[in-house]
Write a protein that binds this ligand. Structure first.
Ligand code: ZN
Ligand code: MN
Length: 475
């Protein structure tokens, strides 16, 4: 597959690493609150500050959430071992991060995108988050800063790191993967998955290769993207940078790079460490995890319907286009749509309104009122413009569409009245009518316009057009 952003003959290869903060009440190894936005260094204790002699106590809910996430991604949940990843960085007060290395909890899953493309998930392991550095002075980066502040509220917050296989070949699929993953996380209730608050953080491993080749060339890991959109821009920039390097006889170096949103470019960070630099070893203060088959079965039984299933259900019930179905599920309005369809609404029309006129959700509109409105429109009692105006009222104040339509003065013009009106217009405009009957469709607008003028816009354009065609083909 060739992403449209790359020149002919080149293929994009992307794998994503997504860190997700779990929405537990407390941190992974201590009882400190897991809460975003509190005053710096208020949610801390000897354990998450890494003070000598403190010991970790594992948070059972975090493990449950991590396994739930694994099962939602179709992973195998296995016995696992926590490991120490040793490195010195001031936001990591213990000088090591507790993570999972060669025996992660979740392995070998997959994520299916709305268009059916399947992305492999290599692993989804549990680890603790670091604190947060803020570099003061300069442009916010560590180089050029006068001093740095550290907030340890985030240190020890439970994370799952979801590592995809390098299966993504287009920027659009990379974006769809992140969006779908976010929807799954929210659906199963393990994270609020807000990129803007950092509870979902995406690193993109990007490389390119000649189209048709299966090699994996040197990749760069892009950090610091804080929206799906900027991730897309960053991947595109980086891929083109690699193509330029290869084309000029050079090659990229394996390194971490940071996305500069304002500059629209990636900048080099540290050259990437290899696993051996971290001196991993099994965490001696924690026991291995050995989830039982019963525990895993209980998690499976409690999983709610996932976005993919919800899309399939809504598509079958509505008969609407996949894009409309996907958008309605993404907004979480599928249950409402199904209720309206259950109350007799035409699925295609209902979804069209949900997509175009109910972008902020149904509000005070009830599913049965919505169904009545769609029925009125389908029967030609309301034009689509009038239906939209009625919906706008119902969303705010609730109530029944018939009452609102009357209050807005949308009296339906019945077909009999329209026919009489058309007959009169035809008699008054014989030349135009002759042209219409000879197939000159330009005069169709003339007749529709006259009808609208006479009815003060109350007539349904679709019905008028149907009547015109009927009359012109009648022998
Ligand atoms: Zn603590
Ligand atoms: Mn990680």
């Amino acid at each position: 597959m060739n992403d449209p952003c790359l020149p002919d003959g080149w293929e994009l290869v992307v794998g994503l690493e997504v860190h997700v903060e779990l929405a537990t009440a407390t941190k992974l190894f201590c009882g400190c609150p897991n809460r975003f936005g509190d005053d710096p260094n208020t949610n801390v204790c000897p354990t998450c500050l890494g003070l000598p002699g403190s010991l970790p106590v594992l948070n059972a809910t975090a493990i449950d959430y991590a396994m739930r996430l694994g099962r939602a991604l179709g992973c195998e949940v296995r016995p696992s071992v926590f490991a120490r990843k040793n490195y010195f960085y001031p936001d990591m007060p213990k000088d090591y991060q507790v993570t999972q290395y060669d025996q992660p909890t979740n392995t070998d899953g997959e994520l299916e995108l709305p268009d059916g493309f399947v992305v492999g998930v290599e692993r989804a392991h549990i680890e603790e988050d670091t604190g947060k550095n803020t570099h003061m002075g300069g442009d916010g980066r560590i180089s050029g800063a006068d001093y740095s502040l550290i907030d340890y509220n985030r240190a020890g917050v439970p994370l799952v790191e979801i590592v995809s296989r390098p299966d993504l070949r287009t920027v659009d699929h990379a974006k769809a993967y992140v969006t779908e993953l976010r929807d799954i996380l929210v659906a199963i209730g393990v994270s609020d998955a807000k990129m803007e608050e950092g509870s979902m953080r995406v690193d993109a491993n990007v490389s390119v290769r000649p189209l048709g080749s299966s090699e994996l060339r040197t990749r760069c890991e892009i950090k610091n993207v804080n929206s799906v959109r900027s991730m897309g821009r960053a991947i595109e920039y980086e891929a083109l940078r690699h193509v330029d390097l290869y084309t000029s006889g050079d090659a990229p170096r394996q390194e971490t790079r940071h996305w500069d949103e304002a500059g629209g470019r990636t900048r080099p960070g540290r050259s990437k460490e290899d696993a051996e630099d971290y001196r991993y070893f099994a965490e001696p203060d924690l026991l291995p995890l050995e989830p039982t088959a019963e525990a895993i079965a209980a998690i499976d039984a409690a999983l709610p319907a996932l976005p993919a299933q919800r899309r399939a259900t809504l598509a079958a019930a509505s008969g609407a286009e996949p894009a409309a179905v996907a958008l309605v599920v993404e907004r979480g309005d599928d249950e409402f749509a199904l209720a309206a369809i259950g109350a007799g609404a035409d699925g295609v029309s209902a979804l069209k309104h949900l997509v175009n006129n109910l972008a902020d959700g149904p509000g005070a509109l009830s599913a049965s009122a919505f169904a009545s409105l769609v029925a009125m429109e389908t029967a030609g009692e309301l034009t689509s413009t009038q239906a939209k105006a009625v919906l706008a009222e119902l969303v705010v104040d609730g109530g029944e569409p018939t009452a609102v339509a009357t209050a807005l003065g949308f009296e339906a013009v019945d077909t009999g009245e329209l026919e009489l009106l058309l007959d009169r217009l035809i008699t008054e405009n014989p030349d135009e009518w002759a042209r219409f009957c000879e197939g000159d469709r330009k005069v169709q607008g003339f007749f529709v316009g006259q009808v609208m003028k006479a009815t003060q816009g109350q007539a349904d354009g679709k019905v008028v057009n149907a009547l015109l065609t009927q009359k012109s083909t009648r022998p």
